[in-house]
Design a protein. Structure first.
Length: 206
């Protein structure tokens, strides 16, 4: 994408926007949370928070870990699907995670509908889920267990397990992961099945 005539990569733009919003949150925490954070109880009055909440973080540790994961998964996935599709997976995953978080709160009461949800994790889980489908056996080392393992295990087992730590919105993580996995399956089907075959009548695709 171009900003003021200068090309800026999608990942760099997302990292910059998250950093900017973190500064805004620190300078004006109350209005920022009331206007931009996702709260299931007020979702009908503030539907835009399904997106804006993705750019808010609780503290420095929260944003550092999320931005590291965004850079890692985003860079790999971008090489496979391109910038536009990376952005699509990120935002669809974020919205999907927010919707599952909201539905769980309003229908099951888990968490309480007054609970505020923030963070980029649902979009990042979408990128991780898509990449784990497209490159399942890529070897990675996940913090804090620095042991090489296939990507599909680190994402669908290790990252999911970490989602159930206290204070973590596992519903948002799960929603993003489901969206990302579906995105990966659809992309894999699209790229695998389109194979050109030379015939006397030209090319056919299957």
């Amino acid at each position: 994408m171009k900003i003021l005539g200068v090309h800026i990569g999608v990942i760099e733009a997302l990292l910059s926007l998250n950093a900017l919003m973190f500064l805004v949150r620190m300078l004006a925490p109350i209005p920022t949370f009331s206007l931009l954070a996702l709260q299931p109880a007020t979702i009908l009055q503030q539907p835009w928070t399904l997106v804006t909440s993705m750019f808010l973080h609780a503290d420095l540790t929260h944003i550092i870990f999320n931005m590291f994961a965004l850079y890692f998964f985003g860079n790999y996935l971008q090489q496979l699907v391109g910038e536009k599709n990376l952005l699509k997976a990120y935002f669809l995953g974020g919205i999907g995670g927010g919707l599952l978080f909201t539905a769980s709160a309003l229908i099951l009461g888990i968490p309480d509908p007054e609970t505020i949800g923030i963070g980029a994790s649902d979009g990042i889980f979408a990128l991780a889920g898509a990449l784990a489908i497209l490159r399942p056996y890529m070897r990675v080392m996940m913090m804090p267990i620095f042991i090489p393992m296939p990507l599909y295990i680190s994402v669908f087992v290790f990252m999911v397990a970490l989602s159930f730590m206290p204070g973590v919105a596992w519903q948002a993580h799960l929603g993003g992961l489901i969206v990302g996995a579906i995105f990966g399956l659809l992309w894999k089907r699209r790229t695998v099945e389109i194979v050109g075959v030379q015939t006397p009548y030209g090319y056919r695709f299957y």
